[in-house]
Design a protein around this ligand. Structure first.
Ligand code: FAD
Length: 473
């Protein structure tokens, strides 16, 4: 048994590594267990987000957006850029370098803050003991006053489309495609499917997205989903709703995808198929039966609002617990838990967690949708402002989309903000801050926004809540 720690964190994704750094900053003796190793056996930090999720996908989205804009948006601005095309191998190499820099940076932060890295697979035993099995099979035992479980998630695999090297890929394999597939199939029109589809449609792939549900992006406000569907199909994504994959057949370098839709049995031949039907918590063998931690039937760890499990001193955060599978939600849960361990008062406002889909235009939202509020019987006021009426958006050549703000009819408090727009991911932070401070639409109406900025659309949407927008009739 090694020396006792104040905190042991299992998993070094955005939930775990942030929790470990915060714990060390607060003077707690902290260790973080991580099982991921590279080809040379060295630990890989950063989890899904940095290695095969948020960061690499955004690197590819940025590159392909720039190329697409050069091809389709430069000429109208008087910029002559002939023969602009993608070099997929260089694009992927740049993405890999960004991942390497960031994951290496976390190792540096661990060192600087005094976090002990325990390489290996962690398992929680009874009495807050953690068993670590390293890559060579050596087992060590560590004790702690508090344990934070942050093991993250893995892609869901479906029997009709088993992963097949180079042809049928999950999200990790999809990020390593280094030649433009002429025909790309995607199963699942969720966040990951739409982001991957956008990347390759911009590069010229014929992209077909099969979505089993009859509705598109049902989690978003209906104005957002309608606008997004219109814009994405215009960009060339063939999104088939109500299309359920029933089987796949690999023939040489092609995949035949069989699916059923309202018209019966269909098939589609593609060069690569990405399976993006969701992710599941990675909790198998993470805790022993006598650890006191309980899981639900889908494998998520039961926690309360402050991420406490059923076992005293054991917490769970991020993708392994209820709530949206988002990096920033995982990190903020990590900080909340460590603050509680250190004796501070802490909570997380789950009503103000922003969601973003990084297509172009981007989709971003926080709070409730118009449909949710109407179903709950809340009387609301809605203001909407299109980017087509924004001078700065025109100058930026990014006039698609809108800002939609929903406020309570009686109290004027902002209840939800929904944005489709070029920099929706940045604008949504304004709405998050406003809602976190319980702002009313009037608070934003009385706030001075610089001119000309794309942010003025947020101001105008707040004004539109009371039919006072200046730049729309
Ligand atoms: P993870 O990041 O999954 O990290 C868990 C870590 O624990 C891993 O390193 C794993 O190796 C380790 N581990 C697991 N079990 C053990 C064990 N027993 N012992 C030791 N170590 C263990 N979210 C966003 O907010 N924004 C985005 O733009 C975004 N884009 C995404 C794009 C893609 C393609 C994907 C797949 C996901 C994306 N996500 C995004 C989701 C985001 O990556 C996750 O929500 C986030 O990584 C969850 O953090 P986590 O710390 O809970 O888990």
């Amino acid at each position: 048994m090694s020396e006792k720690f104040d905190v042991i964190v299992i998993g070094a994704g955005p939930g775990g590594y942030v929790a470990a750094i915060r714990a060390a900053q607060l003077g707690l003796k902290t260790a973080c267990v991580e099982k991921w190793v590279d080809g040379k056996g060295a630990p890989v930090l950063g989890g899904t987000c940095l290695n095969v999720g948020c960061i690499p996908s955004k690197a590819l989205l940025e590159t392909t957006h720039k190329m697409h804009e050069a091809q389709h948006g430069f000429a109208a601005q008087g910029i002559v850029a002939e023969n602009v095309h993608i070099d997929p191998k260089q694009m992927v190499a740049r993405k890999d370098q960004i991942v390497k820099n960031l994951t290496g940076g976390i190792a540096g932060l661990f060192k600087a803050n005094g976090v002990t890295l325990l390489q290996g697979k962690g398992r929680l035993l009874a009495n807050k003991q953690v068993e670590v099995t390293d890559k060579d099979g050596n087992v060590s035992l560590h004790a702690a006053d508090n344990v934070i479980l942050a093991a993250g998630s893995v892609p869901v695999e479906i029997p009709p489309a088993p992963l097949t090297e180079g042809l049928i890929l999950d999200n990790a394999g999809a990020l390593d495609i280094d030649e433009v597939p002429a025909r790309l199939g995607i199963i699942g029109a969720g966040v990951i499917g739409l982001e991957m589809g956008s990347i390759w449609a911009r590069c010229g792939s014929k992209v077909t997205v099969l979505e089993a549900m009859d509705s598109f992006l049902s989690v978003t406000d209906q104005d957002v989903s309608k606008e997004a569907y219109k814009l994405m199909t215009k960009q060339g994504l063939d999104i088939k709703l109500g299309a359920r994959c029933t089987g796949t057949e690999v023939n040489g370098s092609e995949v035949t995808v069989k699916y059923t839709d309202a018209n019966g049995e269909q098939s589609l031949v593609v060069d690569k198929l990405i399976v993006a039907v969701g992710r599941r918590p990675l909790t198998q063998n993470l805790v022993s039966d006598d650890s006191g931690v309980k899981l639900d039937e889908r494998g998520f760890i039961f926690v309360d609002e402050q991420c406490r499990t059923d076992a005293p001193g054991i917490y769970a955060i991020g993708d392994i617990v209820r709530g949206p599978m988002l990096a920033h939600k995982a990190s903020e849960e990590g900080i909340m838990v460590v603050d509680i361990i250190a004796g501070h008062k802490a909570q997380l406002n789950y009503d103000c967690v922003p969601n973003i889909i990084y297509t172009f235009p981007e989709l971003a939202w926080v709070g409730k949708t118009e449909q949710e509020l109407k179903n709950e019987g809340v009387a609301i006021k809605v203001g909407k402002f299109p980017f087509a009426a924004s001078g700065r958006a025109m100058a930026a050549n990014s006039t698609e989309g809108f800002v939609k703000m929903i406020a309570d009819e009686k109290t004027d408090r902002i209840l939800g903000v929904h944005i489709v727009g070029g920099i929706a991911s940045e604008l949504i932070a304004q709405a998050v801050i406003a809602m976190e401070f319980c702002a009313t639409a009037e608070d934003l109406q009385m706030t001075v926004f610089a001119h000309p900025t794309v942010s003025e659309a947020v101001h105008e949407a707040a004004l539109a809540v009371d039919n006072h927008a200046i730049h729309i009739a």
